[in-house]
Design a binder for this molecule. Sequence first.
Ligand SMILES: Cc1cc2nc3c(=O)[nH]c(=O)nc-3n(C[C@H](O)[C@H](O)[C@H](O)COP(=O)(O)OP(=O)(O)OC[C@H]3O[C@@H](n4cnc5c(N)ncnc54)[C@H](O)[C@@H]3O)c2cc1C
Ligand code: SF4
Length: 334
Amino acid sequence: MRMFDYARAADEADAASRGQAEGAKFIAGGTNLLDLMKLEIEAPEVLVDISRLAMTEVAETADGSLSIGALVPNADLAANALVRARYPMLSRALLAGASPQLRNKATTGGNLLQRTRCVYFYEPASACNKRKPGSGCPAIDGFNRNCAVLGTSDACIAAHPSDMAVAMRALDAVVSVRGADGAKRDIAMADFHLEPGDTPQIETVLEPGDLITHVTLPPATSARQTYRKVRDRASYAFALVSIGASLSVQDGKIAAARIAFGGIGTVPWRDAEVEAMLVGEAPSAALFGMAADRLLADATGHGHNDFKIALTRRLMVGTLSALAEGKLGEEVQA
Ligand SMILES: Cc1cc2nc3c(=O)[nH]c(=O)nc-3n(C[C@H](O)[C@H](O)[C@H](O)COP(=O)(O)OP(=O)(O)OC[C@H]3O[C@@H](n4cnc5c(N)ncnc54)[C@H](O)[C@@H]3O)c2cc1C
Ligand code: SF4
């Protein structure tokens, strides 16, 4: 491991100011960053420790939204009574991730910024456009079982690895950031992560020194919600395909649908057109199948991950059918 300086941030302003220095990096739970530093994939010159800052509260706001501090551990967020009652999809997504020990350390902000699990990204001896821009993408013609089928480019096909972010995407979360100049701004989850395009090394819209302070979930709406994850092992494995879904059925017709996916996209994946084609229709496997076909119309497999396309269709149809029939998930009372 390379030498680096360590500084513990005194408060948010101190963190944001230290974070803008050349080569500075925040550390929260450290469950992703330290692994990357050991492999020298990340080599910060200054590690700014934000883990003792007071961004640890989960609180209801005046308008009924839920504000989640950036340092709330994944385990605490999953167990929070308000999250379990109003956003059960999020609680389930968090519990589907990693292991109990990791969830105790992993934080809300760090989870959003965790990096891909593409095997070539973690192998410093191999080329990788995300790790070393311009060096190539061996995953495209190589081992790509865990890579994405949507949002890919000629430069990178890595899947976004987070479970939590999928639920937050479906729930229309908003990420709040404090910039190095002290200015605060809000970023919709829909705009937060970037597809790879020609610059796969740039993964979010954050600027150097931007500190995530909290994430806000809009007020809960009446619906039935769940999160399901298909993976190679029953625990301690990243998603091959996952779905976070919320469905409201009134008088036999779908009144609202929010559906996001993990494992298939280069970013947490959601498609507004797919949701729109469900609203006002009577739920049926045929309808959900047509919606899945729309979702996957532009999906491209690269060999080892071709199976994800058929798997996503089955997972989507099965999950939405079971939600509509009240056989899966939890009812949210707004
Ligand atoms: C073995 C293993 C299995 C796992 N399985 C899963 C899984 O199944 N599903 C899943 O979703 N995840 C999984 N994870 C990933 C885990 O959820 C992440 O490592 C964790 O959420 C990262 O949070 P952290 O606080 O430890 O981040 P850190 O490692 O501290 O930081 C990660 C990144 O976020 C930045 N950062 C952290 N906080 C802030 C902030 N407030 N503002 C700005 N930047 C910030 C850091 O600079 C760094 O770049 C797994 C991890 C491991 C090691
Ligand atoms: S898919 Fe992306 S992360 Fe994986 S090798 Fe290609 S460029 Fe690197």
